[in-house]
Design a protein around this ligand. Sequence first.
Ligand code: ADP
Ligand code: MG
Length: 561
Amino acid sequence: MSIKVLEPQVVSRIAAGEVVERPASVVKELVENSLDAGSSQISIEVRGGGVSLIRVTDNGAGIPSGEVGLAFDRYATSKISSLEDLESILSLGFRGEALPSIAAVAQVDMITCAPGERVGAYLSLIGGAIASRGSQGRAQGTTVTVRSLFRQVPARLKFLKSVATENGHIANVVSQYALAFPEVKFSLSIDGRMALRTPGSGRLIDSIIEVYGVEVAGHMIEIEGEAKASSPQVVGMVGSPKVSRSERGQLSFFVNRRWVNSRLLARAVEEAYHGLLMSGKHPIAVINIWLPTQEVDVNIHPTKSEVKFRNEHLVFSAVYRAVRQALVEKMPVPRIEEVAVAYESPSRQAFPLPAQVRLASPAPWAPEVPTSPLPVLRVLGQLDNSYIIAEGPDGLYLIDQHAAHERVLFENIEHQRSQREIEIQGLLEPMTLEVSPRQGEVLRSHYEALAEFGFSIEPFGDRTFLVRAVPALVYRKDWVGMLRELLDSLAEGGKGDWVEGIAKSIACHGAVRAGQALTDAEMRELVRQLEQTATPRTCPHGRPTMIHLSSGQLKKEFGRT
Ligand code: ADP
Ligand code: MG
């Protein structure tokens, strides 16, 4: 479409307003124009916080030489022409306001070359008026240079923050568009320093690597949008709870690839992380929502940074569901298959000793009963599917597999809790838990303690509670039974140490049972883990984990002394 000045009745319907608030606003408008022009490469150069210089160069469609001047007229746009067009806006710009607004507060040069033109057109404006024009060689695309921003507007200039702050806003704007348009090669240079460069590979993860770094990128989980005609399609990536940040503002939302701020969408994402993040932590997310243009009004805010959804509920729940599902399905859960790999031989039965229960160094807390460390043991076999027979430098060891595993898990849970590293498994659908009035009372006063261990529980009526997440260790176990038992024991125990009580209970329910056959590899792994605990000889309830028959005792038994 060629550039035309909008009819007054269209102008009266657009939410016009001041678009140039700070240097980053100029960058945003120019980058949006480059994207609307279909560019595959956009480079941005800024100096002096954007006040001295902002230059945006693209390889997009360019402007035909005859229309270059018109581009700087107010309400001149090539993107819409009628009222009906307002209903179906897919371009980022549509008001024809940015270029004239920028030209009014800065010195602007534009060189542009449209396909089929032999040379590019050059235009220079001072104070919004054309100062000179001509032709200049250039490949297809457009370069806009903005100098001395706000020099004639001292009030604006005074309002600006430090160069570093303005640079930060600019870097954020470019980062957001780099995330929204992974197929476009972006580069941002700040005072001659390359601040951001994306490969334009079309893969979101590549943009995330550049914006957030490889560390974060390694923990991003893909959201797969539902392919339903009736609901918006939600695509993007969210951070696993491991890469959460303590500050807010790591949520990027795009609606049909328009970068938007939205409290509604932020709430949907935060809800989806419910129970999976420690309190005070905030998730990272990059989400694009595709929906029919009639379903969203992009024309409600001067800088177009807010939009209005026709059906807020639909959008909210689509985002919530997509994120929740991705998190729950793709969160690392200790699974039998993984354990089998770690154990060399396939296990015959579920034996959930997750790889991460290995402790690198002795646990930092003091053992309740000082016990001597365990020597290195050699596993000989299993007795009665319940005991591990092992040999040490000083005789025979009969190890109770359940008690031993309980000890291992107990120390690890305590350690993970103190480090706030408990592994949590979210439930796809929250589960309701009905309890007795007494259990309910105990539960109400122990939410926080339970949350520290990975249970996310909230009231849902008088005696009903909603469980959204549980410790990964008991996910595949009877954690409902475990909770009831725990609540009963907490009710009985009065002021006992409930933190320890919870840890014991999780360890007990997560541990391998008596009567379960174990492979040699599984037994070796369990014994190795037991060797690393601080108190290997007793289970958390204080019962022995093993019987030791020293060589001397054996000799005596056999009447050899
Ligand atoms: P809007 O983007 O709302 O249409 P602008 O003032 O930002 O208004 O731009 C006016 C017009 O100038 C655009 O409609 C477009 O036709 C043209 N234009 C601006 N920048 C570019 C560019 N980088 N490449 C091609 N055309 C451009
Ligand atoms: Mg524009």
